[in-house]
Design a protein around this ligand. Structure first.
Ligand code: ME8
Length: 510
């Protein structure tokens, strides 16, 4: 039995449209971390899902001509899960906030907070942005009444609602952030959250009258009111692992190790969410990591600009692993960056076709010349050097992943590939075949061992490529053998029966 658990979440997305590459980016990043922890032998739970109690979904359903909201949501939730399947996202579950199991958990949570005396009735007078599904203050607005994110006028609301005494937890949340430097990552985002809590974190209205809200989970203490979508949505991180239902997963996996979000929703996750958890007497997640935003050729991704790229279509043209690789490699994880097709093609050629593809093909072509199982290798100084190189690479790789530096993780793998390419150039194994068969054997055993390590290292972000490499190296995939530790140990001579298969990254047809 694994002795460590690892629980990772993504935001649950609004399903009023199909996913674009921004949404795919979060899911791919979470998938890399989930797969890496599985590779280490941890017991992993990876949750994603759909945020369905939102007015945006109602508007989209009406525009699409649906009269049956349940039908629309079921279709859309399936579209999103299928997109994740297409991108090889290995989520353990997909939570929908219209599911009964979610509602049960929300009621349990609400009851605890209410019993604590943290819910009260009041009048909300202010602004609401339908795009953000959030109450906003005058200081958030630009040009009088425009939401700064959606650039659309906000609604003015005056309603009797129920409030959550979030301000009661203000100092405790600030103290938690101060005491746990890892709680908000990257560190550059911490100040923004701390300033927000200090200047703007007040009690928050957590319900809306059904007359205006149109959808949502009825408030248990007043069924004429719907629970505010963010209060409801954040609880998915608990209900998705069985909170409120009969399941051991909640006890096993909460608190989450990493909650991955985009920078747009960091305040909800680092201010409101911790206050809610404190009110319910539950421990806080270990880390909330907010990554940056992708633009497309410099523009914000948006439906109105018509520039949203469908990640599933992108995979059909370039391959799943190319898309996964490119999104993660192109921008520093945590910062903003631009998506461009020219850069995608450049990276395909230089890093994939000429990088890992070419290295694999060179090693396997040479290995096929003399059956490796017939070779007798002896230990040489080079063995020790390359062993140290690989061990150091694994350390850098692990520390990059432990700090969510996903682009650094990838760079480490490419350093091993460059090392291998140089080693081939320096040792000229094609000449050694006749001149020095023992040295040829040593060289090949070593190169095959480097390639074996590369295959394990690429697994989290390019799982299909890893599978192809394992087939070519004649290694049982670790998921079948459960011998994952062996994949990261230095075991020269393990590869006995390699064969060159299909090219990993053939030239693009453009
Ligand atoms: O906010 N670049 O859902 P949402 C990178 N339902 N990531 C992007 C992106 C971009 N251009 N655009 C979107 C919601 N994202 C709520 C969340 S959670 C309890 C409730 C990703 O459909 C990023 O992860 O608007 C961002 O935080 C998320 O999609 C917003 O998705």
């Amino acid at each position: 039995m694994p002795d460590k658990t690892f629980y990772i979440t993504t935001p649950i997305y609004y399903v009023n449209d199909k996913p674009h590459i921004g949404h795919a980016y979060t899911c791919i990043a979470a998938d890399v971390l989930a797969r890496y922890h599985r590779l280490k032998g941890d017991d992993v739970f990876f949750l994603t899902g759909s945020d369905e109690n939102s007015q945006k979904n109602i508007t989209a359903a009406q525009t699409a001509g649906y009269t049956d909201m349940e039908q629309y949501l079921a279709i859309q939730a399936a579209v999103w899960q299928q997109a994740w399947d297409g991108l090889n996202i290995s989520n353990s579950d997909f939570i929908r906030t219209t599911e009964e199991r979610h509602k049960k958990g929300v009621y349990k949570f609400f009851d605890l907070v209410n019993k604590k005396g943290d819910i009260y009735k009041g009048v909300y007078k202010g602004f609401y942005c339908n795009g953000c599904e959030a109450f906003v203050t005058q200081s958030d607005l630009m040009e009088g009444n425009l939401c700064p994110i959606h650039k659309k006028p906000v609604e003015t609301i005056e309603e009797e609602n129920y409030f959550f005494s979030a301000s009661k937890y203000r100092d405790a949340v600030l103290a938690h952030i101060e005491k746990n430097p890892d709680f908000i990552q990257p560190t550059s985002r911490r100040k923004e959250v701390v300033n927000y809590i200090k200047d703007h974190f007040t009690d928050i209205s957590i319900s809306r009258h059904f007359k205006t809200a149109k959808c949502g989970i009825p408030l248990p203490i007043d069924p004429e009111q719907a629970i505010y979508v963010w209060f409801d949505a954040l609880i998915n991180y608990l209900t998705g692992i069985g909170y409120g239902s009969e399941s051991d997963d909640f006890a096993t996996f909460w608190p989450a190790n990493i909650q991955l979000v985009g920078k747009d929703i960091i305040k909800f996750h680092c201010a409101l969410w911790p206050a809610m958890l404190m009110a319910a007497g539950l421990p806080l997640p270990e880390k909330v990591f907010a990554h940056g935003f992708f633009t497309i050729n410099g523009d914000k991704i948006s439906k109105s600009l018509g520039n949203a790229i469908d990640p599933v279509e992108l995979c059909l043209t370039y391959g799943v692993d190319t898309v996964r690789y490119f999104l993660l490699r192109e921008i520093r994880f945590g910062e903003d960056g631009d998506f461009s097709f020219d850069r995608l093609k450049e990276r395909y050629e230089s890093d994939l076709a000429k990088g890992i593809g070419n290295f694999t093909s060179r090693v396997l072509t040479l290995a096929e010349k003399v059956p490796v199982k017939d070779l007798e290798q002896e230990e040489s100084l080079d063995d020790v050097e390359v062993k140290i190189m690989i061990e150091e690479a694994w350390k850098t790789y692990a520390s990059a992943l432990d700090s969510c530096a996903l682009d650094d993780e990838i760079k480490t793998v490419w350093e091993c590939i460059s090392w291998g390419d140089k080693y081939i150039e320096q040792n000229k194994p094609w000449e050694l075949i006749k001149e020095d068969p023992t040295q040829f054997a040593n060289t090949m055993v070593l190169l095959l061992e480097v390639l074996r390590h590369v295959s394990a290292m690429v697994y989290p972000f390019m799982p299909d490529t890893a599978e192809k490499l394992w087939r070519q190296l004649d290694i049982e995939a670790f998921e079948r053998t459960h011998a994952s530790e062996q994949l990261i140990e230095w075991l020269p001579g393990t590869v006995r029966n390699p064969s060159k298969g299909e090219s990993l990254f053939p030239p693009l047809i453009s």
